[in-house]
Design a protein around this ligand. Structure first.
Ligand code: CMP
Length: 225
């Protein structure tokens, strides 16, 4: 595996060349089809995953099979660290949203890597702090906002994670489907459809096959962020 590729992964970007080439030897690559469960809630954890290509959703299910999506992760992100660190069961399901190519690292190798490289530990803590901030925003949105506010917060979260900005307009390249958007925003697919239509009608957003544009992102964020 080329070291330049590994260096693009934020978690590993600070590693010295020799640590990086040692790591490259321990990584395995696995590919998964779209809609495959990679990690199941309550399983025992033995591996860390790094997304080289594709997207996954992190979700929890109720007894009746209702889903809440906690996060969507993409290229360069990692998952599976929580159960490796605390020794408890997996905290959530991880399901591919697209075909995905993942780098896999065994628990022992991951823990040794952290022990030997404090910079990795700091990178990991930074990412965990960021995830906690995002979860705090999601909790606030789910408990305090009406459906329009929750859908807007969901769009802002996706824009912050994976959008690109140009001339004040944010482009979201791969908008999750309406069912997944509903399970992030804590609402129904029908409500998502109605609110997106209203945003389009008032000119706040524009939609094009799988893409979504938030036209005046600053204003949108001021209103709903
Ligand atoms: P683990 O508990 O081993 O398995 C499920 C993984 O989902 C977990 O590690 C994290 O990597 C990831 N995860 C759980 N909750 C969140 C969250 N709120 N945001 C992002 N990722 C999460």
């Amino acid at each position: 595996m080329p070291l330049s590729k590994l260096r693009q992964i934020p978690l590993f970007s600070e590693l010295e060349d020799n640590a990086l080439s040692e790591l490259a030897k321990s990584l395995k690559t696995q590919t998964f089809r779209k809609d495959t469960t990679v990690v199941s809630e309550t399983d025992e954890g033995s591996m860390l995953y790094i997304i080289n290509k594709g997207q996954v959703k992190i979700s929890r299910l109720s007894e009746t099979g209702k889903e809440v999506i906690l996060a969507i992760l993409g290229e360069g992100d990692f998952f599976g660290e929580m159960s490796l660190l605390d020794g408890l069961a997996r905290s959530a399901n991880v399901i591919t949203l697209t075909e995905a190519e993942l780098f896999v690292l065994y628990r022992g190798t991951f823990l040794k890597l952290i022990e030997k490289n404090p910079k990795i530990a700091i990178g990991l803590l930074k990412e965990l702090a960021l995830r906690l901030r995002k979860s705090d925003t999601q909790i606030k949105s789910l408990s305090l906002f009406d459906a329009t506010g929750r859908v807007a917060t969901t769009l802002i979260q996706i824009a912050e994670d994976s959008g690109t900005i140009k001339d004040g307009t944010v482009k979201i390249q791969n908008l999750p489907n309406q069912r997944d958007l509903a399970n992030i925003a804590g609402t129904s697919r029908e409500t998502i459809s109605r609110i997106l239509k209203a945003f389009v009608a008032e000119g706040t957003v524009t939609k094009e096959k799988g893409k979504l544009f938030i036209n005046d992102y600053d204003r949108f964020k001021k209103k709903y962020g």
